[in-house]
Design a protein around this ligand. Structure first.
Ligand code: SF4
Length: 175
């Protein structure tokens, strides 16, 4: 998998202590993006998915996995392998994406994107919009971005947003 990097003990990419993988490559090119070095799909470094999984499982204190970027859905199969290993280890899974929930659902059953979406507990969705930039919405950069309860959304067939403060947000699908 092509990655921009990993962070072992992140406290800013979701609740609790998280292992974060920054996927390399992003087609969205949002104006004002904080991680422009992740845009080039040929940049970053190539790492075996098995290495990334071993690194994730090294720290027993980790609460969850966050897949960020770049665009994780541009490498949906590799990201799904990591997310599956995280779920097996009892970690909750958050995914940051420039796509909206609705755009990902359109990819359809059986697609790599739909498979990855189904492994997420929370999706932080939508492009970063500079005019909507805010520091007031936890875990998001702009007001249009949503915290989506993926399981509920898929069963109800519409994007179900998590309220904030969200009471059992720490308990979503993991420790
Ligand atoms: S989706 Fe995220 S990484 Fe990609 S350009 Fe937009 S803000 Fe940057």
């Amino acid at each position: 998998m092509r990655i921009a990097g990993t962070v072992q003990e992140s406290i800013v990419d979701g609740p609790g202590l998280r292992f974060t993988v920054f996927a390399q490559g992003c087609p969205h090119r949002c104006e004002g993006c904080h991680n422009p070095q992740t845009h080039d799909a040929h940049g970053g470094t190539e790492r075996p998915v098995s290495d990334i999984i071993s690194e994730m499982l090294k720290n027993p204190l980790t609460d969850g996995l966050t897949l960020s970027g770049g665009e994780p859905f541009a490498q949906a199969e590799d990201c799904a392998e990591i997310a599956e290993a995280a779920k097996k280890a009892g970690l909750n899974v958050w995914i940051y994406t420039g796509y909206t929930f609705e755009e990902l659902v359109v990819a359809g059953d059986g697609s790599a994107e739909r498979n990855l979406l189904g492994l997420a507990d929370v999706l932080v969705d939508g492009r970063f919009i500079l005019a909507e930039r805010t520091l007031e919405y936890p875990w998001r950069g702009s007001r249009n971005q949503r915290l989506i309860d993926v399981r509920r959304s898929l069963s109800e067939g519409r994007a179900a947003e998590l309220p904030y403060p969200a009471e059992p947000i720490n308990n979503l699908g993991g420790k």
